[in-house]
Design a protein around this ligand. Sequence first.
Ligand SMILES: [Zn+2]
Ligand SMILES: [Zn+2]
Length: 392
Amino acid sequence: MLSRIKDIAATLAPRLIEIRRHIHSHPELSGQEYQTAAYVAGVLSSCGLHVQELVGKTGVVGELAGTGADRRLLAIRTDMDALPIQERTELEFASHQPGIMHACGHDVHTTIGLGTAMILSQLDEPLPGKIRFLFQPAEETAQGASWMIRDGVMDGVNAILGVHVFPTIPGGSVGIRYGALTAAADDMEILIRGESGHGARPHEAIDAIWIASQVITTLQQAISRTQNPLRPVVLTIGQIQGGRAPNVIADQVRLLGTVRSLHPETSAALPAWIENIVATVCQTYGAKHKLNYRRGVPSVQNDPTLTQLVEEAAEAAWGTERVQILLEPSLGAEDFSLYLDHAPGTMFRLGVGFPDQPNYPLHHPQFQVNETSIITGVVTMAYAAYQYWQRG
Ligand SMILES: [Zn+2]
Ligand SMILES: [Zn+2]
């Protein structure tokens, strides 16, 4: 079956590159993927899939029902949105939309979802089980997965596979990660209220700026002394607002930040931990405070059995030298994690690096993809999916 899948993929290669370039040159922002969704629905329909549009706002779902006895339903998730970035590549198929760019490789992910559907619909024998392709919108704003789930895309799903491109892995190689792949990412706002006063008479005021600086310093020091160093926490205050004049003590400060962690228990305990530190510092110096903590997405925790399934599929297809076991997770975030509340799953990294030109990071205006990776991604996904039903 692997050689059959590889043969179909080789025949499809020019078409897949054409699809990827079309999507790349027509990027759409999160929640506005109307053209992309219509294009995806057209390709899926032409492969004979049962297609539903406008799922999760601008998402698309395609289903292929096997005739085999295996009733297990496998989902494959890809994302379709682009970023508000002005593309600065010299590519002939660069973005036609000013200020919008596929700089996170979601054009490649969408192509891999379509290519996998094309291959699995062209096998000589019927599929052993059922497969559902999820093309989600708005991954960059961490909204799309929850929209799709609300519309029932995970109903009946037994397992889910995902993929994300990675420029520091060579094109044509696959990165496999056991355990945590990405971080939980939450937002927080800390409001500190003191009392205004003359800049020369601090004892008559409650200096909200100085107290805010104590809060920030204490939070950063407390991470190193009270959080398990083997369970990382990153807390970044990226924005401070407060004060009106150089000689007037500020009565209010607003701190805005992001909080990242990898372990679910750590993540669960963070709001109370932050609240306690902020409250203690503020009370010590007589200020009032309010913490608004907003949960973002949880950490992607790859399921060991499914991760092994993808690893073995990639090794069978490409040899062990093109499969890297990733020793470290990323502190980036990915809303694929929300699907994992409903079924076990795994996301692999697809290398898209070039051997002979600079590899810019994701979200960079010069980010580029080594297109040889598209076949690697499609074959890995299609063969891993097929193998899913071969296992008990
Ligand atoms: Zn991104
Ligand atoms: Zn992305």
